[in-house]
Design a protein around this ligand. Structure first.
Ligand code: HEM
Length: 405
């Protein structure tokens, strides 16, 4: 399969083709051959692929995640009403001033002091996971390591009982289907049922935390309800669902993608994790080299001219290809090469601007601890066969990742 230029800056590329979503990078390389925005026929969207252009657009207030007044999207159909309710106060579905108010409440919970305090717990969790499979000499890392660590961490941070993590995973998996390109009517029904169950569950949790407050984020949000700008129960539910879902989906896949990058491009070994500085550099390079989230869109709030000649009309969307920006040859030397000690490697894997990932400090901490524990405990780690990719472009990662040591 190839990317076919059908005009000077217009191309045809099937996003559902496995050759593309399993390895989009050669196609990004082709896009980078043209300067400025390129038009993707299948999506009907202008796409930004240069690092500077993507970074700038994420910070540009003439673009937003929501369409401007008068250009609203049609509401979700009745069979997706519970799903719509979970999104109602999601930070990703809000813009200032509502976004500013709720983001401030959430930011307080993610101050680095609070996140760093979880380091020992994360280390203990990663060791506990490895203890369970170390003697086997092989493992499927996605289900046995990359999934349980982030989901348990985010559940603990919120103050959700650990026994609920299986339910959280099932609900979350059912709900994210709505954002992918492969959903069917049955998927939508399942996503709505999952949303209903998730909302009911959180209502019970909120009551429990109200009766017996703890140090958890849920208790922290409830405590702020007495403030004039404090959150309502519905807002807390939306925030909690977003944090629980966003808090593990991307981290699971970044962990998987990172392990594969480290195993494919030696010599990265446990030595890299002996010092905090080089471990941090490895984590940043994992994020840059193979991030799990590749495409976000923004709506023009007014008519905007990009690159002097491409006009995005008010209410139209532009696509930001984060995965392409992170391999931009104008920004990174040898962009396709994994350089564990690359300096100046700040990418857009975690976004930029007002929607910049609120969980970034936690994600970086989890990645550093999980990767370093894994490579130190299992120094002979290697891949068993080729890992199986997920059939999705928006969430770039694996379904299965078999390793041995
Ligand atoms: C490696 C793991 C992660 C990656 C690659 C990632 C990536 C991103 C990106 C690209 C955005 C911006 C979306 C946009 O601008 O449209 C974002 C936003 C967000 N992320 Fe993450 N994320 C990760 C982990 C986490 C974790 C651990 C949490 C929660 C604890 C989290 C919670 C959020 C939330 C709540 C937002 C929305 C922020 C807002 O709209 O103000 N993410 N993330």
């Amino acid at each position: 399969m190839t990317l076919r230029w059908t005009g000077d800056r217009t191309f045809s590329l099937e996003p559902k083709n496995p050759a593309f979503f399993e390895n989009p990078y050669p196609y990004y390389r082709q896009m980078h051959e043209r300067t400025g925005p390129v038009f993707w026929e299948q999506y009907g969207l202008w796409c930004l692929t240069d690092f500077v252009a993507v970074d700038r657009c994420l910070r540009d207030r003439r673009f937003a995640r929501l369409p401007p007044a008068g250009h609203e999207k049609s509401p979700y159909p009745p069979h997706l009403q519970a799903f719509a309710q979970t999104e109602r106060y999601s930070l990703l579905a809000l813009e200032p001033p509502e976004h500013t108010r709720l983001r401030k409440l959430v930011n307080r919970a993610f101050v680095s002091r609070r996140v760093e305090a979880m380091a020992d717990e994360i280390a203990e969790l990663t060791h506990r996971c490895i203890d369970q499979f170390e003697a086997d000499g092989e493992a499927e890392l996605l289900s046995q390591f990359a999934t349980p660590v982030p989901v348990t961490v985010i559940a603990r941070l919120l103050g959700i009982p650990e026994e609920a993590t299986d339910n959280l995973l099932n609900w979350s998996h059912a709900m994210v289907k709505v954002y992918t390109m492969v959903q069917s009517p049955e998927d939508e029904t399942r996503a709505n049922e999952a949303s209903e169950a998730f909302i009911d569950f959180l209502q019970v949790q909120i009551s429990a935390h109200r009766r017996a407050p703890s140090e958890s984020l849920l208790s922290h949000l409830i405590a702020q309800q007495s403030d004039a700008d404090g959150p309502s129960d519905d807002e807390i539910i939306s925030i909690a669902i977003l944090l629980l879902n966003a808090g593990h989906e991307a981290t699971v896949h970044q962990l998987g993608n990172g392990v594969v990058a480290l195993l494919k491009d030696p010599p990265v070994n446990s030595q890299w994790f002996n010092c905090r500085q080089s471990a941090d550099a490895v984590v940043e390079e994992c994020l840059r080299h193979d991030a799990p989230l590749h495409l976000f869109t923004r709506y023009a709030q007014e008519s905007v001219t990009l690159d002097d000649d491409v006009v995005i009309e008010k209410g139209e969307q532009v696509a930001l290809l984060l995965g392409a920006a992170n391999r931009c040859p104008a920004r990174f030397d040898e962009p396709d090469v994994f350089h564990a000690d690359r300096s100046n490697n700040q990418s857009v894997a975690l976004g930029a601007g007002i929607h910049f990932c609120v969980g970034a400090p936690l994600a970086r901490l989890e990645l550093r601890i999980a990767l370093s524990t894994l490579f130190k405990r299992l120094p002979g780690l290697s891949l068993v066969g080729a890992p199986a990719y997920r059939d999705s472009y928006h969430f770039h990662g694996f379904d299965e990742l078999r390793v041995k040591w």
